[in-house]
Design a protein around this ligand. Sequence first.
Ligand code: CTP
Ligand code: CA
Length: 225
Amino acid sequence: DFAPANHRPLYGRRILITAGPTHEPIDPVRYIANRSSGKQGFAIAAAAAEAGAEVLLIAGPVPLPTPPGVIRVDVETAVEMAAEVAEGLPVDAAVMVAAVADWRAADTAVQKIKKDGSGAVPPLALAENPDILAGLAKSPDRPKLLIGFAAETNDVIPHAQAKLARKGCDWIVANDVSADPMGGESNRVHIVSKDGVDSWDRLPKQAVARKLMEKIADELDTRAP
Ligand code: CTP
Ligand code: CA
């Protein structure tokens, strides 16, 4: 819209968003990844900037253009994403949309791992990645409003409620990926908080993003007018 900047609902707010997958190297030519397209996170960053916020987008490797007005920092791995998130604080709200790889290769080979001709497979030991969202929830710089995303295939709301408690965030945006596979153009989401569940219709990702920004603006205004 064409409202003057200081009339926009998130004017003066600083918002951090993570988006996309992470890539966890095995050797110089191979990595562990997942199917996140980054589209929902980038749409949320675009909507936050349109709503007048100062937006810091920490993006995993995705071939998407930077939305207008958004400051973007590209990362590869979960460990790099965690460091850039810490660097971006303090913020009023953080929306953790990234599909952070849960595990990385315990050791990254400096050279390409080669077949030795015997048919033996290389051992692939994994190490757990830092939980960026849970870490932020415990940090002295915890944002006033901390939001996680969860893609679930089954028992969407109970899983989201358990995640809300486990992560220590304020809302979980639970995304039913049985209805809309990851990488698609729309999402059916449920906003799960201690106050209950707000279920939205299946919507294009841009509409989910705009509706979420309205809800965030209302919540921030309620907490600190
Ligand atoms: N998340 C994170 N750092 C991680 C893993 C997840 O910040 N290492 C964040 C995601 O960005 C998301 C939320 O935590 O906002 C939930 O991610 P999800 O993968 O659903 O949660 P997990 O605790 O990893 O549980 P699961 O076993 O279902 O993958
Ligand atoms: Ca996970």
